[in-house]
Design a binder for this molecule. Structure first.
Ligand SMILES: [Fe+2]
Length: 446
């Protein structure tokens, strides 16, 4: 197993909250880049992780970071722990009873005019782009029971597709909310047992759920594991295809695997779906002797083609290079698309560099990050009034080992290899977290 120190370098948590104005910028921020880049991730309340395995990292309290771009300036930076019951117990016990009992440390979503910090299964927490926290969601009453941190928004209808996967019955619930946040569809889905599901996909007609080889094993808790999740050789990996607004789920068997993140999916024709993912041939396999986990292999870009008429799936590796944290122009979510951006993983403990895949020509471009430095996922920001899918910017946080600080690098979505258009220099690090979002400036916000 790797020796990896979560309390050093890019993953090291912060000990406090900061507000900064007018950050130094190298290069020129593009006109039109108006809004807030928000990042989310785990950051223990005392500024130190208690263990070094991945499961000592994932469940820690949420800290969010916001970098505001306004009128060609990097106008402000702010970081805050999410105001939840967990936070209050350490910092403001008198508030604990009034704050939501959730840990929204994974992702950020704007939907139905509400900005939400998203948890791995728990209820979302409403917030402003400037990181003032507003309690439970007011516009999404159907999410009060919790949901995935990777719901999907249809860019045409505004509908929000989500699921909740749980270790208690019911193990899986699928849902659709309208563009106003109100629940339209709620459906319980039968599974043979509780499954680890982190992400999902949509097409224009269907949603795709992932029931794979990583699942719960509660006997692990008595053996010193902090979370009861592991690879199961005996499980059958399956893709579940459900009509957008509910109905019977059709399960399609695929080769053993685990998928943390979907790239995108779409209807190729009336009976054929394409699903692109980052796929692992195995993940969280318990080490021989039952202490800790084997090193995970790196994940690679992988394509499934689901033939509903013939009832078969074909699958193939798209590229052999290790990648994670894929993102696309979200205006193409669930629709035919051409470009994907992802973090490069030269080894399974490095997130270093970006790759842009042109899935039509097969061409790739890279933005290289030097050894020792690390970077976050790439967030694609469409240029206002853009026509082409890749006409926009890619924002990425790059941790600089030499100075123990982070830069926010702005790249041209069409020309990653040309290097930064602009680099915002922060005087401290944004720890390697999970996901983020671009929140375009709206009147009265940002
Ligand atoms: Fe994720």
């Amino acid at each position: 197993m790797s020796t990896f120190d979560l309390n050093a370098g890019a993953t090291a948590p912060l000990a406090g909250e900061t507000d900064l104005m007018d950050l130094p910028v190298d290069g020129a921020l593009p006109p039109g880049l108006e809004g807030v880049l928000v990042r989310n991730g785990p950051n223990p309340l005392r500024g130190r992780f208690e263990g070094n395995d991945v499961l000592s990292w994932w469940p820690q309290p949420a800290m969010l970071h916001a970098v505001e771009f306004r009128a060609g300036r990097a106008a402000s930076y702010r970081n805050r722990w999410a105001r939840t019951r967990i936070w209050a117990r350490e910092h403001a016990p008198h508030l604990a009873a009034d704050l939501p009992d959730t840990n929204p440390n994974v992702n950020v979503l704007r939907h139905a005019g509400e900005t939400l910090a998203l948890a791995e299964g728990g209820p979302p927490l409403a917030m402003t782009p400037g990181l003032d926290f507003l309690g439970t969601s007011q516009r999404h009453p159907g999410l009060a029971g919790g949901m995935t941190a990777h719901p999907k928004v249809d860019p045409v209808t505004g509908e929000l597709m989500s699921f909740r996967s749980h270790w208690e019955q019911p193990w899986l619930r699928y849902g659709v909310a309208g563009s106003d946040g109100q629940s339209l569809v709620e459906q319980l889905i039968d599974l043979p047992g509780p499954s680890m599901m982190h992400d999902m996909a949509i097409t224009g007609r269907y949603s795709i759920l992932l029931d794979l080889n990583v699942a719960y094993d509660f006997s692990m808790l008595s053996r010193g594991y902090r979370m009861p999740l592991r690879w199961h050789d005996e499980r059958q990996s399956r893709l579940g295809v459900i009509p957008r607004h509910g109905g019977p789920v059709r399960w399609f068997e695929v080769a053993p695997c685990f998928i943390l993140h979907v790239v995108n999916a779409y209807d190729l024709d009336a009976t054929t779906l394409v699903l692109d993912v980052v796929r692992y041939p195995e993940y969280l396999r318990v080490a021989r002797g039952g202490a800790g986990f084997e090193d995970n292999p790196v994940g690679v870009l992988w394509r499934y083609v689901i033939d509903l008429a013939r009832g078969v799936v074909s699958e193939r590796q798209w590229d052999k290079a290790g990648v994670e944290l894929p993102r696309i122009n979200e205006g193409r979510t669930g629709r035919a698309y051409r470009y994907a951006y992802a973090v490069q993983q030269p080894t399974n403990v490095e997130m270093r560099g970006l790759v842009r895949y042109d899935l039509e020509s097969g061409a790739t471009q890279q933005y290289r990050v030097p050894p020792g430095d690390q970077n976050s996922e790439p967030v694609f920001v469409p240029r206002p009034d853009a026509r082409d899918e890749d006409d926009g910017w890619v924002l990425v946080c790059v941790y600089r080992q030499a100075t123990d600080t982070s830069d926010v690098v702005v790249l041209d979505g069409r020309e990653l290899r040309a290097g930064p258009l602009a680099t915002v220099r922060l005087p401290q690090r944004i720890p390697a977290g999970f996901h983020g979002a671009w929140l375009p400036r709206e009147d009265g916000t940002g």
